[in-house]
Design a protein around this ligand. Structure first.
Ligand code: DQA
Length: 153
C-alpha cells in the first residue's frame, strides 16, 4: 500500500461555484471522493488537505515527509505562480509529486504560464478539468505498478 497525499491550494474550496465556465461544475468534495475511491480500489491510501494559507500547505508537506508519504499530488492554485516557499518544502522532503491544474495554464494569462513547481515535478497534468486529478493519480499508480509488484491496479 502506498501513501498518497492530495494537496489543494487557495480558492479550490470553491470549486463548482467558482468561475464554472473555467473550472467546471464538480465540487472539491466530489473530486476528493473520486480520488479516494480510485486509490482505495487499487489498494492505496489517499488523504487530502485544502488550504487557503501557504503555511498550512508547507506544514502538510513537512508532515508528509515525517509520515513517510510516497507521493504527493498538488494543485497549488495561485501559489503555482508565486510560492518559492512551497517549492522549497517539496524539495526538502524529496517526495515525488505530480502538479495538476484544472485549466491549461500555458494557454492562459502570461503570469499563469510561470510555475515554481513544474521543473521539479515528476510530471504535470494541466487542462483536463477534474480529470487532471485522476490522470495524475493514474500516473502515480502506473509508476507503482512498475516499481512495486504488489500493487494491484
Ligand atoms: C489553477 C490555475 C491557477 O492559475 C489558478 O490560480 C487556480 C487554479 C487550475 O487548477 O487551473 O486557482 O491551479
Amino acid at each position: 500500500m502506498a501513501k498518497i497525499v492530495l494537496l489543494n491550494g487557495p480558492n479550490l474550496n470553491l470549486l463548482g461555484q467558482r468561475e464554472p465556465e473555467l473550472y467546471g461544475s464538480h465540487s472539491l468534495a466530489d473530486i476528493v471522493a473520486l480520488m479516494q475511491g480510485f486509490a482505495s480500489d487499487c489498494g492505496h491510501q489517499l488523504t487530502h488537505l485544502q488550504s487557503n494559507a501557504e503555511h498550512d500547505l508547507v506544514d502538510a508537506v513537512q508532515q508528509a515527509g515525517a509520515d513517510g508519504v510516497d507521493y504527493i499530488i498538488i494543485n497549488p492554485a495561485a501559489f503555482t505562480h508565486t510560492s518559492i516557499v512551497l517549492r522549497d518544502a517539496l524539495l526538502a522532503v524529496a517526495i515525488p509529486f505530480v502538479e495538476v491544474h484544472l485549466t491549461n495554464i500555458q494557454a492562459r494569462e502570461d503570469f499563469r504560464q510561470q510555475s515554481y513547481f513544474s521543473d521539479v515535478a515528476m510530471g504535470v497534468v494541466s487542462g483536463f478539468g477534474a480529470d487532471s486529478y485522476l490522470l495524475g493519480l493514474q500516473a502515480i499508480i502506473n509508476n507503482l505498478d512498475i516499481t512495486d509488484n504488489s500493487s494491484s491496479c
